[in-house]
Design a protein around this ligand. Structure first.
Ligand SMILES: Cc1ncc(COP(=O)(O)O)c(C=O)c1O
Length: 371
């Protein structure tokens, strides 16, 4: 049996999703092009959108970062000015991209346990009318914090800015109303909460804005505009597509529908999260974030303050029991992370909690375990 992945992805997937990959198809085959078109319209549908809402979807080869980079490097013109709000590694990665492409950027950087403040963003928008675009990560997977995309979106609408959201680890897990949040570009990837396998990212794009981006891309392969035009014209990727990953993704969307859509999946993930928190609290583990800011996708836990605690041993002992957790990614606090997304159910959370208890006992940390 495969290990259980309590990570931010790649995640455990259904057997049916993996089995969907057992086919060969040519990248120009009519059958394959139909699958691409089907996925593009299914994505709109599961997001509660129709083409009349003014959105379209574009698939982009590569991992999630490639999707984010295709947006940053294509949709912000040379005269553009990006207001970036960041409280973690993935927000910082967008800043790094903007720097590489020489995009003028104003960054509001917060500590990893603080949600970016609307009043700070509004202050910048009032004082600097050259800002053209705004960007933020929805679930900053560095910690698991949920950022306020609705509030930032309202500011984007009020000040008429293009709004970019990295929803890598939240799309499929959290119902997101793109229109209500005034989101113009939203990025996620195949191996997150749609529960497909790795290989491509996808972008929801405000069609009328993407229309204006011809010739703006700063790279050849990540040109979101050209990819969109070709995909609209004939369903083709410009360069070799990850065929089997796409087939798996179509199946994963079908499985999401069978589960009852994003709302129902959100419910399962939320239950997983609640049991995880209850169970780890009983074991004496403490979370890094305030409960009110903590999302239900991935949770950062502080290293227990106990001389016997050794993260490598903890990780490896859990791994030997088939339970894979994730190391921390915080700049100044020792944490590890536990995700509860993908093909995970309450029984899996229970098994993980049992394994954690055993390992803490093995490490002689029983005092940490509350009765
Ligand atoms: C919020 C967020 N953005 C970007 C990425 C990068 O995605 P990838 O590792 O697939 O390139 C991740 C990965 O977990 C993420 O969680």
């Amino acid at each position: 049996m495969d290990n259980k992945l309590f990570t931010p992805g790649p995640l455990n997937t259904k057997l049916s999703v993996k089995e969907a990959m057992l086919h060969d198809m040519g990248s120009r085959d009519k059958e394959f092009l139909e699958v691409v078109n089907e996925i593009r319209s299914e994505l709109l549908d599961i997001a509660g959108l129709t083409p009349e809402d003014g959105y379209d979807t574009v698939l982009m080869q590569g991992s999630g970062t490639f999707g984010v980079e295709s947006v940053i490097s294509t949709v912000i013109p040379n005269y553009g000015h990006l207001l970036l709000l960041t409280n973690g590694a993935y927000g910082d990665r967008m800043k790094q991209m903007a720097e590489v492409y020489g995009i003028r950027t104003t960054t509001l950087k917060y500590k990893e346990n603080i949600v970016p403040l609307l009043e700070d963003a509004e202050d910048v928008l009032q004082n600097d009318t050259t800002i053209t675009h705004m960007a933020i990560v929805h679930c900053e997977t560095t910690t698991g914090i949920f950022n306020d995309i609705e509030g930032i979106g309202l500011l984007a609408r009020k000040y008429n800015k293009v709004f970019i959201v990295d929803a890598m680890s939240s799309f499929g897990a959290v119902p997101i109303n793109l229109k209500a949040c005034s989101i113009d570009f939203l990025v996620s990837s195949s191996n997150k909460c749609i529960e497909g396998v790795p290989g491509f990212s996808f972008v929801f794009a405000n069609s009328s804005i993407l229309e204006t981006c011809a010739g703006q891309a700063r790279t050849v392969s990540l040109d979101l505009y050209s990819q969109w035009i070709d995909m609209k014209k004939n369903g083709q990727f410009r360069f070799t597509p990850p065929i089997q990953t796409i087939l798996a993704f179509r199946k994963a969307i079908g499985e999401l529908r069978s589960e009852g859509g994003i709302e129902k999946r959100a419910e399962r993930y939320r239950l997983n999260y609640q049991r995880l928190i209850e169970g780890t609290e009983a074991l004496g583990l403490k979370t890094y974030l305030n409960k009110k800011d903590q999302g239900y996708i991935i949770t950062s836990f502080l290293f227990p303050e106990h001389l016997n605690f050794d993260f490598t041993r903890f990780y490896e002992s859990l791994h030997e029991r088939g339970q894979v957790i994730y190391q921390g990614k915080l700049s100044d606090t020792n944490c590890f992370r536990i995700g509860n997304i993908g093909q995970l159910y309450l029984d899996d959370i229970e098994n993980l909690l049992t394994a954690i208890k055993e390992v803490l006992e093995e490490m002689g940390m029983t005092f940490c375990i509350a009765n």
